[in-house]
Write a protein that binds this ligand. Structure first.
Ligand SMILES: [Zn+2]
Ligand SMILES: [Zn+2]
Length: 382
């Protein structure tokens, strides 16, 4: 790859303005790049080094050198084929922060050296209702950042790799006040809680919110809701995380879901509940906590039908809704919100060669919220 270095230098000299057209830019970007990532080869979900070619690049593409990538619960589902849709080899990872190393000739929003992020979605049709309303996460033709096929027919591969190519529409600038490793989990876990709070008009001060489950998404839920000025109740299946929730995350109340007395004393006390638990659980105990017009927002992937009796929602005009990550405009807003409020995720940094151990620990919930892989510090060949 000696020509790559040469061309990078040419491009650097020519890149004093973002989006400026370079006569070499297309040739440069159309060179195929080989990268190494950590891939699952089968449903054991065990990740090991895997070398592959990145897709052909286009004028609107941004080449990102991955710095950090958070480990999301979805990575386990995908790597282990829990949803029955996994294709191998698969490089997971969709909470990516990195440095822009090249930009295509039509890229106007980014320049070389910018710290940027990429998340769960890296493509959409741009023509359907959701796309035209800038809620492209609900596009039926969305392209996932890994375990999917790009428009050129190649498999998409995620952020546990040295480089990624992402269309500028799906790249976000990381504000200077946020560290790249802190920002990584915001791109999925943070956005996932921010988006529904914004969409459902719940960013008002003084609301009373509940967070069910205190994992990667749940801990961001507590922090976001507190930063919005809410009174926050954490509801968990055991007493294990009480001190953590109250002392570290700043929650106001901690309820153990099996403690019927405290659950009924909290009846009809909450304006909303964010339910992050990704395994089957009955909804009734949570529905009873909601005030009139309260709503429970589901965001854990559960592939088993849930049940509830209708009076639980009728007698109180309550609603059950779902929400899925957030839009690119919301991710920008959310990062600014986090910067302004000094809000970050609570992380444990690991290297790529520790990723299997980290995945196992995440699976048994043995993590203080979010693992972030120091990809750039992991000595992969670029
Ligand atoms: Zn995720
Ligand atoms: Zn669309």
């Amino acid at each position: 790859m000696s020509s790559k270095k040469f061309l990078s230098e040419v491009w650097l000299q020519d890149s004093s303005y973002p989006g400026r057209r370079s006569p070499n830019s297309m040739d440069h970007l159309s060179l195929e790049k080989t990268v190494t990532g950590y891939a699952a080869r089968d449903s054991s979900g065990f990740l090991s080094p895997f070398t592959y070619a990145l897709r052909q690049t286009r004028p609107e593409d941004v080449l990102i050198r991955v710095l950090y990538c958070g480990i999301c619960h979805t990575d386990i589902h995908q790597a282990k084929n829990h949803l029955g849709m996994s294709k191998y080899p698969m490089v997971p990872g969709h909470e990516v922060t990195g440095e822009v190393v090249e930009v295509g000739s039509d890229v106007t929003r980014f320049r070389i050296g910018d710290t940027v992020g990429a998340g769960v979605i890296i493509g959409c049709c741009r023509e359907c209702g959701p796309c035209k309303s800038n809620i492209e996460q609900y596009c039926n033709k969305r392209i996932w950042s890994y375990n999917d096929v790009y428009t050129d027919g190649r498999p998409t591969q995620g952020g546990f790799s040295s480089l990624m190519i992402v269309d500028q529409k799906f790249v976000v600038k990381i504000p200077t006040g946020l560290a790249a490793e802190q920002a990584a989990p915001l791109l999925c876990a943070g956005l996932t809680v921010y988006s529904p709070l914004k969409h459902f008009g719940l960013m008002k001060e003084g609301l009373r919110g509940g967070i069910v489950g205190l994992g990667g998404v749940g801990h961001m839920g507590v922090k976001m809701a507190k930063a919005m000025g809410h009174h926050v109740t954490v509801i968990s299946s055991s007493d294990k995380k009480r001190a953590e929730a109250i002392d570290h995350l700043g929650a106001d109340v901690y309820l153990v879901s099996s403690d019927e007395a405290s659950m009924s004393s909290a009846a009809e006390s909450l304006d909303y509940i964010i339910d992050t638990v990704p395994v089957f659980h009955p909804l009734e105990p949570y529905l009873q906590l909601l005030k009139v017009d309260g709503q429970i927002i589901m965001m854990g992937v559960i592939n088993q039908p849930l049940q509830f009796i209708t009076p639980m929602i009728m007698l109180g005009r309550k609603s059950i809704s779902g929400s899925f990550i957030g839009s690119m405009s919301e991710v920008e807003e959310m990062l600014e919100f986090c910067e302004k409020k000094g809000l970050s995720s609570t992380i444990e940094i690991v290297k790529l060669d520790q990723i299997n151990e980290a995945l196992q620990r995440l699976e048994r919930n043995d993590v203080r919220y979010r693992f972030v892989v120091d990809v750039a510090g992991s000595e992969l060949d670029a």
